[in-house]
Design a protein around this ligand. Sequence first.
Ligand code: MG
Length: 226
Amino acid sequence: MCATCGCSGPLTHEHTVLIEQDVLARNDELARDNRAWLAGRRILAVNLMSSPGSGKTTLLERTIRDLSATMAIAVVEGDQETEFDAERIRATGCRAVQVNTGAGCHLDATMLATALRALDPPPRSTVFIENVGNLVCPALFDLGESRRVVVMSVTEGVDKPLKYPHMFRTADLVLANKVDLLPYLDFPLATFQAHLSRVNAHAPVLPLSATRGDGTSAWYDWLRAL
Ligand code: MG
């Protein structure tokens, strides 16, 4: 159950706010520990966040296939149930640890700490963290990651940065995925960028198609420059 998102039961509003502050303060402490642990090993951790079905796992499969010859990559997968995504990642030859959150709607710093110990990524490697598909709660939880990337499918509509500003506000990069579907959609990229810039003036938008490969070179350039 997630006290932070208010799904943890019949609490008063005041009680919920107190629990929320407590949960987030404790999480921030543990995130600092993760950040120090990662920095000590010169490991880059990229937190991928999005709605369910935006194409995070497909993007990771392609990224691993294209970059694993030149970049040591390992993956932490977050979902409420199943090992499906970790199995897909392992099929590429990459190491992956699956975290199941049960009723939980996000990964937190404790879950990442446990997953990192199990994954034992080598020094100077890159760890991708595929967060639970959810545009709300994952935004609130610092994991100790180096960068935050929001993956948005163009099928979700141009209004999402305005409707879910917390998610987009802390992004270092926004990937607009499934651009191969643009001929069938009303998704003016300029409007999306204008909406994003109202909540986040710094994050670049990279249009790409994880299934076809369009635009992935700009994504890879961004990763290599970190
Ligand atoms: Mg996935």
